[in-house]
Design a protein around this ligand. Structure first.
Ligand SMILES: [Zn+2]
Length: 158
């Protein structure tokens, strides 16, 4: 069955529902750093030794710089792992949403409008209105939370 605007619109609604059901999310990636205590007599000083318990860190980019956080305990690590995983899901779904919207934009008929530049202006307005609606629906549930400027919707004019 070929894609049509109505079908794609239904898919878009389903995607948006997923956005609304999410838990906490945060950008960054978690890495394990092998610890070596530095004592020459310790087993960790040997070349192929796995070292002591690895130290887990969350790194993320803030204003062009890498910021590192460590975790007080394994529970804090697991919490952050879930939040970061949720953020990666968010990114993936955002991509899917944009791809879907591009298809809808291409398929949405313009022949219903009058010709010439008036029609072009109408389509531009429709796209701008849809994007604003999407951003409003996607970001409104999160607006009361503080999770950094990197997740705020772009404020530039459309
Ligand atoms: Zn050691």
């Amino acid at each position: 069955m070929p894609d049509d605007v109505a079908t794609l619109g239904t898919q878009r609604s389903k995607l948006l529902e997923e956005f609304l059901s999410w838990g906490d999310l945060r950008p960054g990636s978690i890495t394990a750093v092998i610890r070596r205590c530095g004592k020459p007599s310790c087993h960790c000083a040997k070349h192929h030794d796995p070292g002591h318990d690895p130290q887990f860190r969350l790194t993320r980019r803030v204003a062009g710089k890498t910021v590192t956080e460590s975790f007080a305990n394994p529970t804090a690590l697991r919490k952050a792992q879930q939040e970061v995983a949720e953020f990666h899901r968010f990114q993936k779904l955002s991509q899917d949403l944009v791809t879907l919207n591009e298809k809808i934009c291409r398929l949405r008929p313009v022949t219903q409008e009058r010709g010439g530049w008036t029609a072009a202006a109408a389509v531009h307005q429709e796209v701008a209105r849809e994007v604003n609606q999407l951003l409003g629906r996607v970001f409104a549930p999160f607006s009361q939370r503080d999770f950094g400027s990197t997740l705020l919707p772009p404020q530039r004019p459309l």
